[in-house]
Design a protein around this ligand. Structure first.
Ligand SMILES: [Zn+2]
Length: 436
């Protein structure tokens, strides 16, 4: 069994061939977008026709698409095909009420399954394995997206879905899954539940996990790898452009390979919209080159990451993206300083001695922000001795200050006091009234 199997030849296309393919597909994508009134109108305002695209650089003439455009065209205004051609409809959750519908044709679903198969195989999933999907099966694209990707590989899938942690533990043990699919925060919850059930790392058949669906840190990866005794791979995607499968890691953990034959990815300064040089942190902008049902052009993901075009030892020639550092919309502004939950997480893991369960609470009692981090202590570190707890608090305070330049109040909680999430973890509770 080769450790580095490549699922499709497209992953190793020479870079010039890839650019040619992207240009051909971008032209087709713009043509398809003309079936969407929103794009027809915005193109007309800028004098853009499908013939305007003569090189890949010409993509910069095209307007950005933002979440609000999708909301304004609710429910099906962004479709480029008649509804009768849809095979499936997912929806992404909206923070302000209405979801965004995402339609898929048969060809979209085929593409999607293949793209998920690519990153699963890149991380080592094979036919002879069993994979447990602990993502919710529903409107969220994680469950179904990975499910069909796993089947495409030829691997047996156990569609456990999310929730019922006791049953998840039982399935992991008795069905002997080799691979686990869920969010990073849920993988940690499962690790905790396995430890409570007396199952040590390495005592299960589990070998790998493919995690995604929320921003997480490298330290968290190490924590999960250690707690479960497995290899952990990161993958990325969002339903507005397809779902999971936009990019994923290979065994070298050197960033996530972007499936460039299906997505054209730019990295921009979120404030100016200008393109940033490779390696600089910026907002990812994604054009779904082949999506039939909903061609999406230059979608502002609000996800912050870096791009890397250097060669990867695995032989894939595709550009890679770093892990998503945060979203422009989970950025907190605390006393005028930009802070991401991932920075607090990194600081906590550096300080050590706490469980990876925390909640940031923001209030504004007078006119100054009060920022509190509530953190659980690991059962083994829980100490009645005040001096030890005090020393831990000081260590956390130092790390948070080094990471953010801010002082947070530190509140240490006994083990298992914060609410556990079954999907994406809630990390910030902003109780400030910021409208005044
Ligand atoms: Zn690679």
């Amino acid at each position: 069994m080769s450790a580095n199997l490549i699922w499709e030849a497209a992953e190793t296309l020479p870079v010039e061939k890839m650019r040619e393919l992207q240009l051909t597909r971008l032209k087709e994508c713009v043509k398809r977008a003309m079936n969407v009134e929103f794009y027809r109108e915005t193109f007309a305002e800028r004098g853009i026709t499908p013939d305007s695209i003569r090189s890949l650089e010409d993509i910069r003439q095209l307007p950005f698409t933002v979440k609000d455009d999708l909301r304004r065209n609710y429910p099906f205004g962004m479709l480029a095909v008649p509804k009768s051609e849809l095979i499936r409809i997912h929806a992404s959750s909206g923070t302000t009420g209405k979801p965004t519908f995402c339609g898929y044709t048969r060809s979209d679903l085929d593409t999607w399954a293949n793209l998920c198969a690519r990153f699963l195989v890149a991380g080592g999933l094979r036919r002879e394995h069993i994979a447990q999907v602990s993502f919710g099966y529903g409107l969220f694209t994680g469950g179904f997206g990975l499910h069909y990707g796993i089947e495409k590989v030829g691997t047996a899938v156990i569609p456990v879905s999310s929730g019922n942690t006791a049953r998840q533990v039982l399935m992991l043990r008795d069905a002997e899954a080799d691979a686990l699919i869920c969010t990073p925060s849920y993988a940690l919850n499962l690790a905790e539940a396995l430890a409570e059930a007396g199952l040590k790392p390495g005592s299960l058949n589990l070998k790998m996990a493919f995690l995604g669906g929320e921003a997480w840190t490298e330290s968290m990866r190490h924590a999960i790898e250690e707690a479960l005794g497995i290899n952990v791979y990161n993958n990325y995607g969002l339903s507005e452009v397809l779902g999971p499968g936009v990019s994923g890691e290979c065994i070298y953990h050197s960033g996530m390979h972007i499936q460039e034959d299906h997505f054209f990815v730019e990295c921009i300064d979120p404030d100016t919209g200008e393109e940033l040089p490779d390696g600089e942190q910026g907002e990812l902008v994604i054009t779904a080159l082949t999506r039939e049902a909903m061609p999406i052009i230059r979608y502002r993901t609000r996800d912050l990451a870096t791009l890397d075009r250097s060669l990867c030892p695995c032989g894939r020639t595709t550009m890679r993206m770093g892990r998503v550092y945060g979203r422009t919309d989970d950025m907190m502004i605390v006393r005028g300083v930009n802070v991401f939950p991932s920075q607090i997480e990194e600081a906590l893991l550096k300080a050590g001695g706490t469980a990876p369960h925390y909640l940031i609470e923001l209030t504004r009692p007078k006119s100054t922000d009060r920022a509190v981090v509530k953190i659980e202590i690991r059962p083994e570190d829980f100490s009645d001795r005040m001096t030890e707890m005090q020393a831990l608090k000081q260590r956390i305070d130092r790390e948070i200050n080094a990471m953010t330049g801010l002082r947070f109040e530190i509140e240490l909680l006994p083990p298992n006091t914060l609410e556990r999430s079954l999907g994406k973890a809630k990390r910030v509770n902003d109780l400030r009234n910021l409208k005044d």
